[in-house]
Design a protein around this ligand. Sequence first.
Ligand code: MLT
Ligand code: MN
Ligand code: ZN
Length: 300
Amino acid sequence: MKIIILGVAAGGGLPQWNCGCIHCNNARSKYNILAAQTQSSIAVSADGTHWTIINASPDIRQQLINTPCLHPKELRHTPIASVILTNGDIDHIAGLLTLREKQAFSLIATSDIHNLLACNPIFSALDPDKVTRKTITLGAAFSPSPGLNATLFAVPGKVPLYMENEENTLDTAMIGEQTVGVYLEAEGKKACYIPGCAAIPDDLQAQLHHVDALLFDGTVFHDNEMQESGTGHKTGRRMGHMPIAGECGSLNVLKDLDIKTKIFVHINNTNPIWQADSEERKSVERAGWAVGYDGMEVSL
Ligand code: MLT
Ligand code: MN
Ligand code: ZN
């Protein structure tokens, strides 16, 4: 199995268009202080020929240009057999509109996530004669591209921002079909991709025990880092993302998992792990985690 991180940044990317925080400014600097990173997506393949994209980011056009194995091999062609969605967030679905040019592929998601697309007529730009929408039940195995097996499983999360209702009734860690992780298996190798996760209950932790690689939600390091940096008023948890730090953070909760390859993805532009010399980055690396980057490849 080969996984390519097409985009490692959270919604907005690095830099985010309207953000003048130090990380965004560094990523805009002509001195290349930080490499710019595109929005949340991976590509995965079992045979190196047929590929599955997980999440269609608003940056997918550039991501495909940057990734030769995803270029057309004929006059009109794509190596992309399917696109899986892990939630209905804008950073994971807006790129579908780029994939509208009468090209066949399977669009795979839970019923709830498909319903979000169905409610919005702009997605009818994906010609139903070409783009087959496949609804997957949680826990049911399916094959998104030749040789690759996958399962979707619920992870705590919330509805997309554009579907949020009253603040006081919003459940930011609901378990259902709105937010899922993807379990991937090919030739006995196993990986999990979880770009959004509000918490890790015991049964979710148990699922992760035997994977060879985990790509996990690294949106924020500190739950309150947007408030602290003055860039926003929401906490990570309010956005449906558990922090990396703290007793209930991913570093601590996942510390006993025996997984060789652990990579943070979906990293918000405020996260201090972007900076190679930050204490936060060092603490993540000491714990055996890598900070993902656009173009990073994992071969299993
Ligand atoms: C998230 O991951 O929290 C969302 O992508 C936020 C957003 O829609 O901007
Ligand atoms: Mn996101
Ligand atoms: Zn920023």
